[in-house]
Ligand binder design. Structure first.
Ligand SMILES: C[S@@+](CC[C@H](N)C(=O)[O-])C[C@H]1O[C@@H](n2cnc3c(N)ncnc32)[C@H](O)[C@@H]1O
Length: 215
């Protein structure tokens, strides 16, 4: 091999490595489909801690994540989840799905290419009839018409009584979708994220009025 072809090979290997970097993959996903990805960079560690704060991990057997992207929440959820629990991560973007399957090798993680609107069928296919928690990073305000309300209704239908829907969003629009479906909705705000996020913890109340958040 000549010196110049060796240099070319090194350069193209570096370029391939660079293009597989999660930030680049995420940004490319945004450029291809801004309405579906909804953000130019993944969420901050502060946001992750804030959103997951109220979760009762000991009581969690099935955790679902909508729109995992390049896995900013996925690994922190796995770090907190018990050894026998399952995390089902659902994303419409095939590049993100391939990336997660390749990069996170954990038998508790099931990565599904599909829409959150089909959560009921997806869980059934995996042998689960309900979820304890569902986390959403979906850009609700830019989803196609009708998809947001359908996802909110399907989410409420599949959560166990006392379970919770954890949502982080730039816009408050999602509140209109979740309000009819959930008995109690707590709200918060996280400034340490680009962009800052509104947070919603929506509880499906048990018949005795109890929720996973202890209220
Ligand atoms: C703002 S990104 C969130 C990425 C990551 N969770 C984070 O916090 O950095 C939104 C993600 O939702 C996915 N998505 C959009 N519509 C979806 C749908 N109907 N069902 C599942 N995933 C969807 C996109 O492909 C993208 O990965």
């Amino acid at each position: 091999m000549t010196a110049s072809s060796a240099t070319r090979k090194r350069r193209s290997a570096k370029l391939a490595q660079f293009s597989r970097h999660p930030l680049i993959l995420f940004f490319r996903g945004f450029l291809r489909d801004p309405a579906m990805v909804g953000s130019v960079i993944p969420s901050s560690a502060k946001l992750v801690d804030h959103v997951l704060g109220p979760v009762d991990w000991d009581a969690t057997r099935v955790f679902v994540e909508y729109g995992p992207g390049v896995g900013t929440f996925t690994q922190p959820v796995l770090d907190r989840l018990g050894p026998d629990a399952t995390l089902v991560a659902i994303d419409t973007n095939p590049d993100f799905v391939d990336y997660l399957r390749r990069e996170i090798r954990d038998p508790r993680l099931k990565v599904v290419r599909g829409s959150a609107a089909d959560v009921r069928r997806i869980l059934e296919d995996l042998g689960h009839d309900q979820a304890d928690y569902i986390l959403s990073g979906l850009p609700f305000s830019t989803l196609p018409p009708g998809v947001g309300p359908r996802i909110a209704a399907e989410t409420a239908a599949v959560l166990r009584p006392g379970g919770a829907f954890l949502v982080y969003q730039v816009s408050a629009r999602v509140f209109d979708f979740i309000r009819p479906e959930f008995g109690r909705i707590d709200r918060g705000f996280e400034a340490w994220n680009v962009p800052p996020m509104r947070l919603f913890w929506a509880y499906r109340l048990a018949p005795d009025g109890a929720s996973a958040g202890g209220g």
